[in-house]
Design a protein around this ligand. Structure first.
Ligand SMILES: *[C@@H]1O[C@H](CO)[C@@H](O)[C@H](O)[C@H]1NC(C)=O
Ligand SMILES: *[C@@H]1O[C@H](CO)[C@@H](O)[C@H](O)[C@H]1NC(C)=O
Length: 835
């Protein structure tokens, strides 16, 4: 950073600071990003155009910010438009280099007028804090607890909340954890690896984070200072995520997944940020920082469809191509918390990037938390809140812990920490090797829930779970002798012109494209990894649309799903959807895209065009070039008329299962058995209806509700009991009275028994959810033998205190009523964008 320290104060007054040399005079000047070639110097542009050079944009070579007084900016803009038109002509002429005139302004390769800094990124915040419940510890659990104690003493773990960190070692639901302790016992704890947490700051003065804090990799883009300290009241999210990855093994709070790895903080979420700064932030110190953990994104409200701007897209590509000595920065993104609003991670241009590892959530019972978004771009899931439990981690403060961390925000960092462990045994893994390892070692869950497809590779994929949950032990083991993949190859089809109206309701518009073996040889393309489809669909109500991609091997990717709240009067404009569901299958054969307008109403539209992009491993890695940076002249690509057919499809399913929560009344993407590829599909093959939402907690065999039934009946009578009681009352009131007396006697008896028995348990529940568990008051704590802090530690005081369970800044207080079924709550409110 070439920023003088003194400027920082001035900049923070401007609100959002730029990392460039001149403070941004936002009111009086306009800013432009220019990509210039090697032969053109920024000072030449300054002289020739009368613009002021503000500096290079982060680590993007040849990309610079220039500014002009506002009065002159229209002329400048017009000039850039002319240059853009000239470039287009040159490209059309077929030989851009040759045709280049003597005009040195031809050295401008790309330009963009820069928007003011905006607040468009949002933390993937935890849903409301879970309930706490008490129960017996069974004899089997006693054994697991002993194993846990043994592991702790072997490793010298004395961290006070380690036993609450069920995501690391789950003594109560064995197997429902990251399976990481065996990795530590093998001596792998993350040494030598650095993860940057791109967020709202990192409390480097926390005793739990201080030993692993990497100052040189850290920067505060919000206050333009080298130290990304949390400042605002709600600047806690980044610290909590950091603790999950690299909290040190000491006597403070718990430990991180990679507790001997280092952690950097990059602060971007606490104020509006410009595209230039965001681009710089995700490449910040990218030779030192190995992994970028990002638990944020566009709003998860089921209405937003937002992708990073061109500079940020380029920075991501720059990161995987040049970061980490060319092995590539590893970007990890939280999938998003908007599932209860029909949101889907393919509407988010960060999570659906091929350059990011997209991580959804799974709860401590192995169930799908209702908030966690599904999509075809989801690679894996990792543990987080749900089932009335959350992630225990470090908080802001010298010795503060937090027991209520959750949402996909908490899942992403656990995957990042696991990757840190893999990189510590194999620093030479490329960003794609990391994705391969996740794909190969993820463990499938709930295989019978109807969401899984068996792929031609033999692996299974689910839009709800990706390839499964992260198994850190398997990941690190596989990494040890992993053979590095060859460089990335790609194939882009021509733009396929469709220009057909989309039928409504029971029909879909299908367009095919056939990929040949020769094309693949020509592209030096050996095996498939990611597939992206860029498309234009215009429609007067975006939320009515859905898109499927069918591969030659019969695998179906739900690229897009209907969203009930998405009223946007546009379709998809040059939007790129991504899928990992075709990983490892042969790309040769017929690919088809089916666009559906799922609702019969006055809203309609047209499927305009699309383009198929295949990404994979090269046949011959010796001189495979790097993919060019993304550009906005993709529209110059050759056009072809597409094969189009109308197919009869079943209407989009209306869910037949009883919703477990008012917000759960939506259709999840569900999969079918792969059909035979054919030009038109019989109705039943395209039937996407499913009898039930298989991933909803009540439908799932090992759901929270069944787990809850293990709990002791509460002394304050649960709602379920109450309902039962009321039903009884309506039927036989006299019998009810007798029964009530009977139960009361039973309870008293049990209470006496409990006080004397030898089981270890702790009674820490407080049925009144609105009553904060502020330590002693209102807390019943009794012991029979030694206490085990099953669900909560002392730090639980934090759980309901202050604003931690408040949604972030954009949330309107509208917390939905909890019911008694134990399924986790939705993000709890409608998130309203500030835009
Ligand atoms: C977890 O790790 C152990 C090694 O510590 C391994 O043997 C086992 O297969 C892994 N998976 C599970 C589910 O325990
Ligand atoms: C859809 O796109 C086509 C082609 O670009 C255009 O002619 C048509 O007017 C558009 N329709 C709507 C409703 O925007």
């Amino acid at each position: 950073m070439r920023v003088a320290g003194g400027i920082a104060v001035a900049l923070s007054l401007v609100g959002a600071a730029s990392a460039n040399a001149h403070p941004r005079a936002i009111e009086s000047r306009e800013f432009f990003a220019l990509h210039i070639d090697d032969s053109t110097s920024p000072s030449y542009i300054e002289r020739a155009l009368g613009a002021r050079h503000e500096g290079q944009i982060g680590e993007l070579e040849g990309h610079h910010t220039f500014s002009l007084p506002r009065e002159q900016s229209d002329d400048f803009n017009a000039l850039l438009d002319d240059l853009r038109a000239k470039r287009k002509l040159r490209r059309r002429s077929g030989n851009p280099i040759e045709a280049r005139s003597a005009d040195p302004l031809d050295g401008i390769l790309w330009s963009e007028k820069l928007a003011r800094p905006r607040q468009r990124l949002h933390k993937r915040i935890p849903p409301p804090i879970p309930d706490v419940a008490s129960r017996f510890i069974t004899e089997n659990e006693m054994k697991t607890l002993e194993t846990q104690s043994h592991i702790m003493s072997t490793l010298g773990i004395t961290d006070p909340i380690f036993k609450d960190q069920w995501h690391l070692f789950n003594a109560l639901q064995p197997g429902h954890d990251l399976n990481v302790t065996g990795v530590w016992l093998d001596g792998v704890t993350g040494k030598g690896v650095i993860t940057a947490v791109v967020d709202d700051g990192l409390d480097m003065y926390s005793e739990d984070l201080k030993p692993n804090y990497f100052a040189e990799g850290s920067w505060d883009y919000n206050n333009n200072s080298p130290e990304p300290k949390p400042v605002l009241d709600d600047d806690r999210h980044g610290t909590r995520c950091s603790g999950e990855i690299a909290a040190s093994k000491n006597d403070v709070c718990g430990v991180g997944v990679a507790y001997d790895s280092k952690i950097s903080g990059i602060r971007i979420l606490s104020a509006a940020i410009s595209d230039e700064d965001e681009a710089a932030s995700i490449n910040y110190k990218f030779q030192e920082n190995d992994i970028y953990s990002c638990s944020w994104g566009p709003m998860d409200d089921g209405q937003t469809m937002d992708a990073p701007g061109m500079l940020i897209k380029r920075a991501m590509v720059n990161g995987v191509q040049k970061g980490r000595g060319g092995k590539g920065s590893v970007f990890v993104f939280a999938a998003g918390n908007g599932a209860t609003y029909d949101d889907n991670c393919n509407f988010d241009g960060y999570t659906n990037s091929i350059y990011s590892v997209t991580v959804g959530a799974i709860d401590r019972y192995g169930d799908h938390p209702p908030y966690s978004e599904s999509c075809s771009a989801q690679l894996v899931v990792a543990y987080s809140s749900g089932g009335r439990s959350a992630i225990h981690t470090t908080d802001v403060g010298t010795n503060e812990c937090f027991a209520g961390h959750g949402g996909t925000s908490a899942a992403g960092p656990l995957a990042a920490g696991s990757i840190a462990l893999a990189l510590s045994v194999r620093p030479d893994l490329t960003w794609r090797d990391v994705q391969y390892l996740m794909v190969e070692t993820a463990v499938t869950v709930h295989e019978d829930d109807g969401s899984w497809q068996t792929l031609p590779s033999g692996r299974k994929f689910s839009h709800d779970w990706g390839f499964g949950k992260v198994d850190t032990y398997a990941l690190v083991q596989k990494a040890r002798d992993w053979e590095l993949v060859k460089p990335q190859a790609w194939y882009h089809s021509p733009w396929l012109r469709v220009h057909n109206n989309i039928p409504q309701g029971s029909q879909g518009l299908l367009s095919r494209y056939i990929v040949t073996g020769d094309q693949m040889k020509g592209a030096n393309f050996a095996r498939l990894e990611h597939v992206t489809v860029t498309m234009n669909v215009n429609h007067t109500r975006r939320g009515d649309l859905s898109v499927e991609l069918r591969s030659p091997g019969g695998v179906i990717s739900h690229l897009s799903v209907p969203r009930r709240n998405d009223e946007e009067n546009v379709g998809y404009e040059d939007w790129t959807f991504m899928t990992v569901a075709h990983w490892g299958e042969s790309p040769v054969g017929e690919w088809s895209v089916i666009v559906k307008d799922t609702v019969v109403n006055e809203h309609s539209g047209q499927f305009v065009d699309w383009r198929l992009n295949l990404w994979g491993e090269a046949i011959d890695g010796t001189d495979q070039p790097l993919h060019p940076l993304p550009n906005d002249h993709d529209d110059d690509h050759p056009y072809e008329e597409a094969h189009v057919a109308t197919t009869t499809v079943q209407p989009v399913p209306t869910k037949t299962s009883t919703p477990t929560h008012p917000d759960d009344q939506h259709d999840r993407p569900v999969n079918q058995k792969p059909p035979q590829a054919s030009e038109t599909f019989p109705a039943e093959e395209l039937d996407t209806s499913k009898p039930a939402d298989a991933t909803s907690p009540t439908a799932s065999p090992t759901s929270t509700s069944s787990a809850i039934s293990n709990y002791l009946p509460s002394f304050g009578a649960s709602k379920r009991t109450q309902i039962w009681i009321y039903a009884s009352l309506a039927m036989i009131i006299v019998f009810f009275i007798g029964l009530g007396v009977y139960f009361q006697l039973q309870r008293q008896k049990r209470r006496r028994t409990n006080a004397q028995d030898d089981y270890e348990f702790e009674m820490i529940e407080d049925e009144d959810e609105t009553h904060p568990m502020t330590g002693g008051a209102g807390r019943t704590q009794r012991r029979g033998g030694e206490l085990y802090n099953a669900f909560a530690g002392e730090s639980d005081e934090e759980v309901f205190s202050e604003d931690d369970d408040e949604p972030y800044r954009d949330r309107l207080a509208n917390i939905s009523e909890k019911d008694d079924e134990g399924e986790d709550d939705s993000p709890g409110s409608h998130l309203l964008s500030e835009k």
